[in-house]
Ligand binder design. Structure first.
Ligand code: ARG
Length: 700
């Protein structure tokens, strides 16, 4: 039996303390020790220590007359009637039975020592007896073998040894019975967090002996639903009231987070209860009256289900399953040419998870058709829609140039389609981006009647749209448009006493035939490029009389401003072929020479180089400072005179026409007088300068 202290305390309160309180240790010695012991002794010591302790007896000395079986003199150690040892002799003696240094342990808290001596002792004076010490030793009740009486182990589950006693305890979910030894399943208290389990009322299927109030909590991970499955053997007392059977005194209440608690009683098993919750509380209540045999249930869990996600127009939902549960993911991808949109925002990708609440984390996105945006605008051109809607996927646009002033580079039709990568792609591999190039040499109006600067006529509007008027430091000159940023003219127009004029002094007028209307809208030069070999400081050498002016801003062409073509490869000057000379230079009216305000033109034939050379040689005989004719020049005019370019026309165009296009064959350069019989106008032979022109335009 365990030593229970509080029992002692309650006893001690009403009774005086016994004077023989068990000692924890002591000494036992033979009579007269360390003097030899007397004969005819029969002495007994009853040692005891508190309950829950054992006695350990240790001899410090033992010297008793030795005899076989310690027959004459002996010290006998007993536990009740069990002899633990019978000793005689002394340490250094082979006879007798000496305990040695080994202590003796009593099985319980008592020990008896008996000492006897006979009357015949030949060596009486030499045997001193014995001296021993004893002490209380804590007994490990827990490791003691199970009692043989069949009463079962000391503790049915867990045993703790304590000083002088022991304690029983129970595993989780059990509690210690009133006997302080055995364990019974506890009445609730635990939390059941496994995905399945078994629960039953205390003592099930027997009724508990007393009133119970038990609580059981099943709590599993959110996203799971608990299902209770009551076994058929269900019995909870129900009372018949006026309203029918009622769980008045005994009940099992099932509580979930989002539902009204449910009280169960009666003799019929509720069977399956799907709680739709991951946490369920069971409260079992009975009182001391009535009878309930109780209940038992198995619970299981399953993953929460989410609704079917549905479809996305122009997209695909994956994976396609018949049911979707908590933690399942779905993904949405759009068809080619469509983009994912969520709440008005485009998203890269889309996935959503079935949540523990049974709802999808995100609503399904939409797939919207992609849009390539406005296609790149085309300078001097535009776009037309061939098919599709608002630059959307698969819509097709066609580029065109502003005809008749521009045409598409390459000439072919350029069609672009809005592709799935939101880029406009051309139908042809070659065209990366369409370009509009100016149409040259094709005025919208042609001079119908060939009329005759000197001996010429006013040019109707838009007939010579490449003609420009230059005003350099107040001096008048001509020039021609050859590109959207380039004017070609004579070198001598932009040179002053061997020096190139600065570009700020250059004013360029274009697009009109009347000087007066032109003067208020000049175009400015960005740079002036004179042929590097032109060297004419005193106006006697017009070789290489060619210059290019780069404009600050590009020109947009229209019917009144248009470039003249540059000579094609292999272009020739055929004697007698008529060319068109134009300018705002000096004219003759009624025998008077005046600087005109109107653009004039005259048609003049190409003159054979030999013929021209001869006319100049003969002029040199009568005049000084007549320049020489070079192969970089050609002449145009009529032998009889009367028709010619003149002062102020320099730099202007001499245009030949091939295949319906005017090309810049010559630049008005010089002449001896104007329109005189036997003289010709001299023009820069442009075909000789194509390399320089192309190079200069490319490099600047
Ligand atoms: N050098 C003159 C000028 O600066 C052009 C002379 C043209 N003379 C002629 N007879 N074609 O305008």
């Amino acid at each position: 039996m365990p030593y229970i202290k509080f029992l002692c305390v309650s006893v001690c309160e009403s009774w005086p303390l016994p004077d023989t309180e068990p000692l924890m240790h002591g000494v036992v010695q033979s009579p007269q020790y360390p003097q030899p012991y007397p004969p005819n002794l029969q002495e007994q010591w009853d040692l005891s220590v508190p309950e829950g302790y054992q006695i350990r007896l240790t001899f410090t000395h033992l010297d008793i007359e030795a005899s076989a079986g310690c027959y004459y003199d002996a010290l006998t150690v007993l536990y009740d009637t069990n002899i633990l040892g019978k000793f005689c002799g002394h340490e250094n003696l082979a006879d007798g039975h000496h305990p040695g240094n080994q202590p003796i342990l009593s099985p319980g808290n008592r020990l008896t020592l008996m000492f006897q001596s006979d009357d015949n002792n030949p060596e009486r004076h030499q045997n001193v007896g014995f001296s021993a010490q004893y002490q209380a030793i804590d007994m490990d009740e827990c490791s003691a073998p199970e009692p043989e009486d069949g009463s079962g182990p000391l503790c049915s589950q867990i045993c703790f040894n304590t000083l002088g006693s022991y304690l029983c305890s129970c595993h989780h979910g059990y509690e210690l019975r009133a006997d302080q030894r055995s364990c019974v399943l506890s009445c609730g208290g635990g939390i059941f967090d496994e995905t399945e389990g078994h629960l039953f009322s205390p003592g099930y299927p027997n009724p508990p002996h007393h009133a119970v109030s038990c609580q059981y909590i099943i709590s599993v991970e959110s996203g799971f639903t608990v299902v209770l499955n009551f076994t058929d053997n269900f019995h909870i007392e129900s009372m018949d009231t006026e309203q029918g059977p009622n769980c008045l005194h005994h009940w099992l209440q099932v509580t979930t987070s989002d539902r009204e608690p449910m009280k169960l009683c009666g003799g019929k098993s509720p069977g399956l209860i799907v709680t739709n919750s991951n946490t369920v509380r069971l409260d079992y209540h009975t009182d001391n009256e009535g009878l309930s045999k109780g209940w038992s249930l198995d619970y299981s869990t399953y993953r929460v289900k989410c609704p079917l996600p549905g479809n996305v127009a122009k997209g695909r939902v994956t994976p396609i399953l018949t049911e979707y549960f908590y933690r399942d993911y779905i993904y949405v991808r759009c068809d080619q040419g469509y983009k994912l949109m969520m709440g008005g925002q485009e998203v890269e990708g889309f996935s959503t998870m079935c949540q523990s609440s049974g709802q999808w984390h995100l609503p399904l996105p939409e797939c919207h058709i992609i849009d390539c945006g406005e296609p790149e605008p085309l300078l001097n051109g535009g776009l037309t829609f061939l098919s599709g809607f608002q630059y959307q996927y698969r819509s097709v646009v066609q580029y065109h140039c502003n005809e008749p002033f521009y045409s598409l580079l390459g000439g072919i039709t350029v069609v672009f389609t809005c592709e799935a990568d939101r880029k406009w792609r051309s139908n042809s591999d070659i065209v990366v981006s369409p370009t509009c190039i100016p149409v040259c040499g094709q005025p919208t109006k042609l001079i119908s009647a060939y009329q005759r600067i000197i001996g010429g006529s006013h040019a109707p509007e838009d007939t010579i749209p490449w003609q420009v008027l230059l005003n350099i430091d107040g001096g008048r000159g001509g020039g021609m448009v050859i590109g959207d940023r380039w004017i070609m003219t004579a070198a001598h127009n932009v040179m002053n006493k061997g020096n190139q004029v600065s570009e700020e002094t250059v004013r360029i007028y274009m697009g009109l035939t009347d000087v007066k209307t032109q003067l208020d809208s000049p175009v400015y030069a960005a740079s002036v490029h004179v042929h590097p070999e032109y060297n004419n400081p005193i106006n006697v050498d017009y070789n290489h009389d060619i210059a290019l002016i780069k404009l600050q801003d590009p020109i947009t062409f229209n019917s009144s401003i248009m470039p003249i073509c540059l000579p094609a490869e292999g272009a020739t000057y055929i004697t007698g072929v008529m060319g068109l000379v134009s300018g705002f230079g000096v004219t003759e009216t009624g025998g008077r020479r005046i600087l005109t305000n109107k653009m004039n033109y005259v048609q003049l034939p190409v003159v054979e180089q030999e013929t021209c050379s001869k006319s100049i040689t003969s002029l040199k005989k009568t005049r000084d400072n007549v320049p020489s004719l070079s192969n970089n020049m050609f002449c145009a005019g009529v032998p009889e005179g009367g028709q010619d370019s003149c002062q102020g026309d320099s730099g202007g165009p001499y245009a030949l026409r091939d295949n319906g296009r005017f090309w810049a064959a010559g630049i008005v350069s010089w002449g001896v007088d104007c329109g005189k019989q036997g003289t010709y106008g001299v023009y820069t032979r442009v075909t000789n300068y194509m390399d320089w022109i192309n190079k200069t335009m490319q490099e600047n």
